[in-house]
Design a protein around this ligand. Structure first.
Ligand code: 8YV
Length: 331
């Protein structure tokens, strides 16, 4: 096989750092530039970086809007390192014929594990108890406030996609009753042990409400003041999806008023969560720095899939996971 010259090869711009062996896979076929900065590139830096790029591989938090897409006349594929794709302007991508790929499936177990960990942490007051010991408040006779059992309680899952189903399975193993609501799927009467509910019924009935929908206009602020007010005052909210699904100031209000007992949040309307955010001072919340997929094995699988998607799209083959297949049909 004859080697392609550098000018015949596709140009790839990476905004995530890849280990040598992963980088080698792309460099065998493409010219690669990795963004040099330690943090995510600014819009200007991204626009400068992709000016000559045929492919972009970046995190699902990297904003790829119409300005960015229009600044990259050669761009053929945006390969997201993540399952979410709310960071990409899909209409602008379709207009430009840019294929958008993501990494579904490989992170479902990791996100579901974290979600279940948060259900248990809220119920049994794990972070609070840990602080109790470290802060030297554990004295003879001084005990923590009691937690609550999860067995026999109801978990309401909003969004029964891959991750929602993985959470449902785990919850069943903890003897929880699982109910679900899904905005986009036909409601099957029963999925395993989980039963369909209208949104209002789910919010009224659940002891724990967990969000597993992707962010799109229909799901923005899906849980606002009115929806939070329907929850039991003893109920907990878990969000490992996207921060914008919840109206965060309405949640702070509901937590302050005791309309909701507590919340565990891995995602926020603004990330990183600003130091001045009122959530920072609240004790009935658990705050995590967006670690849903953050395990060694899962990140490796996401890396492999995002590279597969990128290379296949650049070769003119069908990527393993494509968000906008209508663009492939146009080709
Ligand atoms: C990651 C995510 O934080 O998959 C997603 O959509 O939000 C997370 O897995 C992120 O994409 C890693 O860059």
């Amino acid at each position: 096989m004859t080697q392609k010259s550098a000018s015949d090869r596709a140009n790839v711009f990476l905004t995530v750092r890849l280990p040598e062996h992963a980088l080698d896979r792309i460099e065998t076929e493409c010219n690669v530039v990795t963004f040099a900065g330690k943090e995510m590139p600014s819009k200007e830096e991204l626009i400068a970086g992709i000016a000559e790029a045929d492919g972009l591989l970046g995190s699902a938090q990297l904003s790829v809007d119409a300005d960015v897409l229009n600044a990259a006349p050669r761009l053929r594929v945006v390969s997201n390192f993540g399952v979410g794709y709310d960071n990409v302007d899909l209409a602008a991508a379709a207009q430009r014929g840019v294929i958008v790929c993501n990494t579904p499936g490989v992170l479902s177990d990791a996100v579901a594990d974290l979600t279940m960990g948060l259900v248990l942490s809220l119920a049994r007051r794990l972070p609070e108890s840990e602080r109790f010991v470290r802060e030297g408040r554990w004295k003879p006779g001084a005990g923590m406030e009691l937690g609550t059992d999860v067995s026999g309680k109801t978990l309401g899952i909003i969004g029964l996609g891959r991750i929602g189903v993985a959470v449902a399975r785990r919850a069943q193993a903890f003897s929880m009753t699982v109910v679900f609501h899904d905005l986009f799927r036909e409601p099957p009467a029963e999925v395993g042990f989980s039963k369909y509910r209208e949104m209002e019924a789910l919010l009224r009935e659940s002891d724990f409400v967990s969000l597993h929908v992707n962010l799109r206009p229909e799901t923005h602020h899906l849980l606002g003041r009115a929806q939070l007010a329907l929850m039991k005052p003893s109920a907990f909210l878990i969000n490992t999806s996207r921060g914008q699904i919840v109206d965060q100031s309405a949640l702070v209000e509901a937590l302050r008023k005791g309309e909701v007992a507590g919340a565990a949040l891995d995602v926020f309307e603004e990330e990183p969560l600003p130091a001045t955010d009122p959530l920072m001072a609240m004790t009935n919340v658990i705050l995590l720095p967006h670690i849903g997929s953050a395990s060694v094995e899962t990140r490796e699988a996401m890396r492999d899939l995002s590279i597969d998607n990128l290379l296949r799209a650049l070769r003119g083959e069908r990527p393993k996971a494509v968000v906008n297949p209508e663009v492939l049909a146009q080709e």
